[in-house]
Design a protein around this ligand. Structure first.
Ligand SMILES: [Zn+2]
Length: 395
């Protein structure tokens, strides 16, 4: 009993003493659990924040791999408003809406033109010293348009003029001239102002051979530019416009261009992208080049070859040709910025505009020859030989 009591007492005492101990022990355990839970929650919270931060970075950063610091450093750039999309603008602005300019094809370097600066009465004749040059000009054309006969292209002896397209493609030319210069007349023949009118380049090439046959019979200095718009011509699919989206035949500096050309484009063509006149007259390297030729070569006649309307158009003070081959005169009218308007009406340098019947189906050799002889007959009648070419044009 005694033992029991103390035991009990002890127990009691123990119980009494133990209770705080137990209580202390339970309290420590409880705090430990809370602390662990708190720590876990803190860590979990941090983890969640990190995940959220990463997700936000993924949602806005262009690259998920980009570090957050870098993302934040560039955040102000990302937040900058984009320039408004303008229907017309400078080349730099439009560069936003067109693919970047491709690197020119890795071919042999284009030789520097050996021709001196052009001056009236001193027109140079293309004299390629390197037989590879015509091959370089022809290779992409033959690849692009198989109906060009390789022999015709090679024998045309085209050389780079030194001028380049928007995409740095050479604009090739060829002069065919009698040995006695200056010639009594000068004629400039231009094809593929619109790149998707492939037959126009073929006709111009075929006519180089015709000019070579005739060159000693008549005193005519011919200048051929079979493909004025190489970017549009070589594009797949071919495009009417140049690489800047400009209709080159609306880009010439006709009087009142700034007012009329954009207005005409908006109201009459309903902003047809195929007929965009460009941000300013002569904004394009191709139209600038042709403009230079008209000014410096000073042709008595410009022949501009197009397709597929199957007619003949004429702008100029002379009486127009009634027909060339199977194409009959049917004057289309005047457009702001067109070559016919600029050269034929404004400068009074006549422009025969040939609209072949098809853009992809070449006229037969007979038809091309008939058109050529009709053109020569019209020339002889309406633009007679200048008896004194040194003195300038009599027309
Ligand atoms: Zn055309």
């Amino acid at each position: 009993m005694t033992m029991t009591t103390p035991t009990t007492t002890t127990n009691t005492t123990n119980t009494t003493n133990t209770n705080p101990n137990v209580s202390t022990s339970a309290s420590t355990f409880s705090w430990g659990v809370w602390a662990a839970a708190l720590l876990w929650a803190l860590l979990a919270g941090l983890g969640l924040l990190r995940v959220l931060a990463e997700q936000s970075q993924l949602a806005t950063a262009p690259s998920a791999a980009r570090p957050l610091a870098s993302f934040l450093a560039n955040a102000d750039l990302a937040a900058k408003p984009k320039l408004p999309q303008a229907s017309v603008g400078t080349g730099a602005e439009r560069g936003m809406h067109y693919p970047p300019e491709p690197t020119p094809p890795a071919t042999a370097p284009i030789p520097t033109p050996t021709q001196p600066p052009l001056a009236l009465g001193q027109q140079p004749i293309a004299t390629p010293t390197d037989r590879q040059v015509p091959e370089q000009v022809c290779a992409p054309w033959l690849k692009r348009w198989p109906s060009i006969a390789p022999k015709t292209c090679h024998q045309a002896l085209l050389v780079p003029s030194g001028a380049q397209s928007v995409q740095a493609m050479p604009i090739a030319w060829r002069d065919v001239a009698p040995s006695q210069l200056p010639a009594a007349r000068r004629v400039l023949i231009v094809g593929a102002i619109h790149g998707d009118e492939l037959t126009s380049a073929v006709l111009a090439l075929n006519w180089v051979a015709k000019a070579q046959e005739d060159v000693q019979q008549r005193s005519i200095h011919w200048r051929f530019i079979p493909v004025l718009n190489p970017d549009g011509f070589l594009a797949r699919p071919a495009t009417r416009m140049n690489a800047s989206g400009v209709d080159l035949n609306r880009n010439f500096p006709t009087p009142g261009w700034e007012k009329d050309a954009p207005k005409y484009w908006k109201e009459r063509t309903r902003s047809d992208p195929r007929r965009w006149p460009g941000p300013a007259p002569l904004s394009e390297p191709e139209s600038r080049f042709l403009h230079e030729q008209i000014r410096e070569f000073a042709p008595d006649l410009v022949v501009s070859i197009h397709a597929p309307y199957g007619i003949l158009d004429f702008d100029g003070p002379q009486s127009p040709p009634e027909r060339l081959g199977h194409l009959w005169l049917d004057q289309l009218g005047v457009f702001p910025g067109s070559l016919g308007h600029y050269s034929g009406l404004h400068l009074k340098v006549p422009v025969v505009t040939i609209e072949l019947k098809h853009a992809l189906d070449d006229p037969s050799a007979q038809e091309a020859a008939r058109m050529w002889s009709d053109l020569i007959a019209w020339l002889d009648k309406h633009l007679p030989e200048n008896p004194d070419p040194e003195a300038g044009r009599p027309y």
